[in-house]
Design a protein around this ligand. Structure first.
Ligand code: TMP
Length: 232
């Protein structure tokens, strides 16, 4: 469902799929075309939601159960939608969001074993009518994605003397990550108008071209105009 004159694009997939890099490349291409672009992420993207992000990804909420975590993801999403995403769309921006409601469907719903009506109810409240116009699903064998995540964590450790710490979700079993891959593909199959699957094992430049080819025909007719201070 379109909100205002903007375009809402979400990026979904398992760990280490390269979404952030591709969001950056797409944002650059769209700005070159004169669009106002806002890049953002979940959990997070607004001050309130970023505070909740730490609680979720550190694992601090894990002991309270998946239901509690799902509600926290929804609370963060609601704040992000109302404070950041909806206002940007109303101004005509192209909003590129790293993860959104499909991550809750997959991580808390499918692999968290929460019943669909509960997930659907949270989703309705959290998104409050702000549904992505387009979702790009980055598909990658889970083993490859996890290998990338571990390599990234090790590089961070070497360069900054940090702990090679994986987050609460990255630490889970390979089998769980494989189930998530299948669940994202199921969502894409069930909603082909909104979802587009790209091969995240391809070369970065090929993925960037594929993503641009999906998004370009959907750009707002006005072109968005010059960047505003809302754009990151
Ligand atoms: P990321 O910023 O590295 O993608 O980490 C976010 C993690 O949070 C990732 O493991 C997926 C997880 N997540 C959920 O479990 N549910 C959600 O609704 C969202 C947005 C993310």
């Amino acid at each position: 469902m379109s909100v205002g004159k903007g375009l809402f694009v979400t990026f979904e997939g398992g760990e280490g799929a390269g979404k952030s890099t591709q969001i950056r490349l797409l944002a650059d291409s769209l700005r070159e075309r004169g669009c106002t672009v806002l890049t953002t992420r979940e959990p997070g993207g607004s001050p309130g939601a970023e505070a909740v992000r730490h609680v979720l990804l550190s694992g601090a909420a894990q002991e309270f159960g998946v239901r509690m975590e799902a509600i926290l993801f929804a609370a963060a999403r609601s704040d992000h939608v109302e404070e950041v995403i909806r206002p940007a769309l109303l101004k005509g921006a192209v909003v590129l969001c790293d993860r959104f409601m499909d991550s809750s469907r997959v991580y808390q719903g499918v692999t968290g074993n929460l019943e669909p009506p509960f997930i659907e109810a949270l989703e309705r409240v959290a998104v409050n009518g702000v549904i992505p116009d387009c979702t790009i699903v980055f598909d990658l064998p889970a083993s490859l994605g996890l290998e990338r995540v571990r390599r990234r964590a090790n590089a961070a450790e070497v360069s900054a003397g940090q702990e090679a710490e994986l987050d609460r979700f990255e630490k889970e079993e390979l089998e769980t990550h494989e189930k998530r891959r299948e669940a994202f593909l199921d969502i894409a199959r069930s909603d082909p108008k909104r979802c587009h699957v790209v091969d995240a094992a391809a070369a970065a430049s090929d993925i960037a071209a594929a993503v641009l080819a999906i998004v370009e025909p959907m750009l707002p007719k006005t072109g968005g105009g010059p960047d505003t201070e809302a754009a990151q």
